[in-house]
Design a protein around this ligand. Structure first.
Ligand SMILES: *[C@@H]1O[C@H](CO)[C@@H](O)[C@H](O)[C@H]1NC(C)=O
Ligand SMILES: *[C@@H]1O[C@H](CO)[C@@H](O)[C@H](O)[C@H]1NC(C)=O
Ligand SMILES: *[C@@H]1O[C@H](CO)[C@@H](O)[C@H](O)[C@H]1NC(C)=O
Length: 360
């Protein structure tokens, strides 16, 4: 299997043109707060928000709905390719309906909704848009010919979700009925379905990102029984299990889905290096949040009354209780774009963007 996959990838790379990443005109983005560029802000029903100061203060100089102080990974990769940042779907939809836009954007669309998981029920009560619903939104646009099928085939597809499912598993007042293995299995089943749907809708360059070490986020201070002075090991064990299953699904993409390539972004391993030698990556603090309050500044969301903020956000790995700073996202983006197999495999995003599909 492994060998067949390698051969296929090599053929595709050799068939790529010398000209660079202009092969990719657009990115379609699905997932949670790691990617949300403002969908929740345009969803008035939703109580998971970052559309207030000081979110966005380092780069955009105003809140955008992004859950960090600046750009996300999807933003950086767009800049590396040389296309505009994707708008939130709900913003584009409002503009199309009210007539201020004629069409949906041709540089891709961001469907991500903070708080959502791969399990449909995760944070449903907080009004988030599930990843299944995000795909239905995309499907509707494709079926109504609001997005060109040719564009879909050339585009990059980013999927990143699962942290919220696993974090919620450890919230004591809503005890899960499944044991950890069965819970991760239920998550894998959803991811397999998502890949299946996205392929059927025409996606060919599919990047799935592993979860980071969720057990290390400052928000563990909210959980009874989680340690403060080190990462929450039990949570990271579950995260690693999920990541392993995810990589298995991705390795199967070229076999199950002819003509498609899937890459696995090893976010866990990338971030693990930051945690191991923070100063090498420019972090003076890789433990606490820059913005928030309580132990690890992990008990209160940044921007909520009573919050504190650090002087140099980009010296922190974590911006708020759950999310990395723009500096961390930049380093992660560079690793995904041009990194080696310890960071992203079987090929990096630059290679994935360069590939042309003349042979298939
Ligand atoms: C908002 O919530 C109401 C009541 O739960 C529901 O009827 C409505 O469809 C929701 N709107 C959106 C945009 O999700
Ligand atoms: C239409 O919607 C867009 C996006 O929300 C908004 O910026 C714009 O002001 C709206 N235009 C009109 C005429 O309502
Ligand atoms: C891959 O990149 C990382 C980070 O730059 C580096 O530490 C590692 O040695 C590289 N591995 C290989 C096999 O080149």
């Amino acid at each position: 299997m492994e060998k067949l996959y390698t051969v296929l990838v090599i053929i595709l790379i050799f068939s790529s043109t010398l000209a660079s990443s202009r092969n990719v005109p657009a990115i379609f983005v699905f997932g949670d707060s790691i990617f949300d560029a403002g969908n929740n802000h345009f969803n008035k029903n939703c109580s998971v928000q970052a559309d207030f100061s000081p979110y966005g203060s380092t780069f955009f100089h105003q809140p955008t709905g992004r859950f960090t102080n600046g750009r996300t990974v999807a933003d950086f990769i767009s800049q590396f390719i040389g296309i505009d940042l994707q708008k939130p779907y709900l913003e584009a939809q409002i503009a199309v309906i009210n007539g201020s836009r004629k069409d949906y954007p041709s540089n891709g669309i961001n469907f991500a909704s903070a708080g959502s998981g791969v399990l449909q029920g995760t944070n449903m009560d907080r009004g988030v848009i599930s990843i299944q619903e995000q795909l239905r939104q995309f499907q509707t646009l494709v079926e109504q010919n609001q997005i060109d099928k040719n564009l879909v085939q050339k585009s990059l597809f980013f999927l990143e979700s699962g942290s919220n499912d696993i974090f919620n598993y450890f919230i004591p007042f809503d005890p899960p009925t499944l044991d950890p293995d069965a819970y991760v299995q239920a998550m894998m089943k959803e991811v397999a379905n998502l890949i299946d749907q996205i392929y059927k809708l025409g996606a060919r360059r599919i990047a799935l990102f592993s979860l980071g070490p969720v057990g290390c986020v400052p928000a563990r201070a909210l959980l009874l029984g989680a340690p403060i002075n080190r990462c929450y090991g039990k949570m990271n064990v579950m995260v690693k299990k999920y990541n392993k299953g995810l990589e298995g699904l991705i390795n199967n993409i070229p076999i199950r889905y002819p003509g498609a390539i899937g890459v696995y972004g090893a976010i866990y391993d990338i971030v693990q290096r930051f945690l191991a030698i923070p100063t090498r990556y420019g972090f003076s603090d890789a433990t606490s949040a820059c913005c928030g309050n309580g132990p690890l500044r992990g008990k209160l969301q940044c921007g909520i009354e009573g919050y504190e903020i650090c002087l140099s956000p980009n010296e922190f790995l974590f911006w708020d209780y759950f999310h990395p700073t723009e500096h961390a996202y930049k380093l992660i983006s560079e690793a995904l774009w041009g990194g080696n197999k310890s960071q992203i495999r079987p090929v990096n995003l630059k290679n994935l963007a360069d590939i042309t599909f003349t042979l298939v």
